[in-house]
Ligand binder design. Structure first.
Ligand SMILES: Cc1cc2nc3c(=O)[nH]c(=O)nc-3n(C[C@H](O)[C@H](O)[C@H](O)COP(=O)(O)OP(=O)(O)OC[C@H]3O[C@@H](n4cnc5c(N)ncnc54)[C@H](O)[C@@H]3O)c2cc1C
Length: 404
């Protein structure tokens, strides 16, 4: 009997799951064994984690279980945590796995840039579980506020959000909306809430043009968010220390959320490959140059087009995952891989609350409800591609949300 070709996909996020689903849809009658390994039984949309963290999107809805969407006759799923990757072996917490072809799609880890106190005192938003931890913490701060009259509770309704990219802005806006609701429920004066969004750049959302960045700032200010410009130099239990030119000042808050940067998954650093910030530089076919049977997709990859490094996004991970799956099919059919990977930027939208946002779609700037509409389409299109129409109805994002 012919030996089956073993394909291993590590990580069930945008890149890994897209790769698995594309293989499931397009591959038939080829002698191969495909396995997806991920550390949870479910996929979560990282792009919606800010909503889970604030409590406006339920954790139940945010999870899409792999075994419900994968056809077990085509793709096996194994729940394991990968620890390191060798030349021809993957080491998991429970088992070791061999492969003929490997797809590394292990996603991101927050980058704290070794700033003092961040690891110890700040929350980071990097997984469904981390989002749930933040949600419980925020809800407790509101629930307990009236009953805690000690000196430590003075800044319980102050929140420092460090970083003004997508995650920071989306989180701050969602929190600003939801905190008013929480204040009402808990009988607290909402004027006591203070949300500071700390930005290293003079304006938020550096990936957008000045018109969109200015619009975003106007919207954030309207929500009552205090925009602070400066670099965080230290994070403490009850404050962050910020430096702006020669001025150093503290922003008091008993909750700090760190959203100021991401790097690749630590597993990459612990493996045999050369890496920069736990990310691997890949060739035009998304292979590791010295190991052409190993592909890297999503936030663990450094991929370039005309020498420009692509910014890590869900859209990029998704396109990379699909590209690698189609190439694997070619390889299994003994066909040459002809076309290098080409990222098609279809647009980006940053939500500012559930019904507002800024972005550009099909090369046109969109703001307000229209931006929020496109944001929902982007999220729902992803669910459609992995879980079909029924899952869009169950878990999709619509104008009036159902899981608040
Ligand atoms: C709050 C927030 C908002 C964002 N908004 C946007 C947006 O609007 N648009 C956009 O394009 N991008 C956005 N991003 C970025 C986007 O989420 C990432 O670029 C994208 O998730 C990267 O996809 P990936 O497949 O590389 O990794 P991920 O989607 O993170 O998937 C990684 C997978 O690997 C698994 N895994 C991790 N470690 C291990 C291990 N050791 N062993 C086994 N499995 C493991 C994880 O459980 C997960 O399933 C946002 C990110 C955040 C946090």
């Amino acid at each position: 009997m012919d030996k089956k070709t073993k394909i291993l996909i590590l990580g069930g996020g945008y890149g890994g799951l897209k790769c698995a689903i594309t293989l499931q849809k397009k591959l038939s009658n080829l002698p191969c064994e495909i396995t997806l390994i991920s550390k949870h039984d479910y996929h979560y949309q990282s792009t919606l984690l800010h909503k889970v963290a604030v409590g406006t999107y339920s954790a139940r809805k945010a999870r899409i279980y792999f075994r419900k969407i994968l056809d077990k006759n085509k793709i096996s799923f194994i729940k394991d945590t990968i620890i390191k990757i060798n030349e021809n072996k993957v080491v998991g917490k429970y088992e070791e796995y061999s492969f003929d072809y490997l797809v590394i799609a292990l996603g991101f880890k927050p980058n704290t840039f070794n700033i003092k106190g961040v690891d110890e005192f700040a929350y980071t938003l990097h997984s469904a579980n981390s989002a749930l931890e933040i949600r419980k913490h925020i809800e407790d701060k509101f629930k307990d506020f009236k009953f805690r009259q000690d000196i430590d509770s003075t800044n319980d309704l102050n929140f420092n959000i460090c970083g003004s990219g997508f995650t920071g802005v989306e989180f701050a806006a969602e929190l600003a909306n939801q905190s008013k609701e929480l204040a009402l429920i808990c009988g607290i004066d909402d004027n006591l809430i203070q949300i500071n969004l700390i930005s290293k750049t003079p304006k938020v959302l550096p990936m957008f043009d000045m018109t969109l960045r200015t619009k975003a700032e106007e919207k954030l200010k309207k929500l009552g968010i205090n925009l602070v410009c400066g670099s965080v130099i230290e994070c403490k239990r009850d404050s962050v220390v910020v430096k702006n030119d020669d001025k150093i000042f503290s922003l008091l808050a008993n909750t700090t959320i760190w959203t100021a940067g991401v790097m690749g998954n630590e597993v990459v650093k612990n493996s045999i490959f050369e890496s920069e910030n736990s990310r691997i530089r890949v060739n035009r076919f998304l292979q590791i140059p010295k190991y052409e049977n190993i592909f890297v997709v999503g936030d663990c990859a450094i991929a370039t087009q005309r020498d420009i490094i692509h910014a890590p996004t869900a859209q990029l991970a998704n396109q990379m995952g699909e590209y690698v799956a189609l190439n694997l099919i070619k390889i299994l059919r003994n066909e040459p891989i002809a076309e290098p990977f080409k990222f098609i930027h279809r647009g980006t939208v940053c939500s500012i609350g559930h019904t507002d946002g800024v972005g550009f779609v099909f090369k046109i700037n969109v703001v307000g409800e229209l931006a929020a509409f496109f944001k929902n389409i982007i999220e729902n299109k992803w669910i459609l591609s992995i879980g079909g129409f029924v899952n869009v109805l169950r878990k999709g994002q619509f104008r009036f949300r159902s899981s608040s």
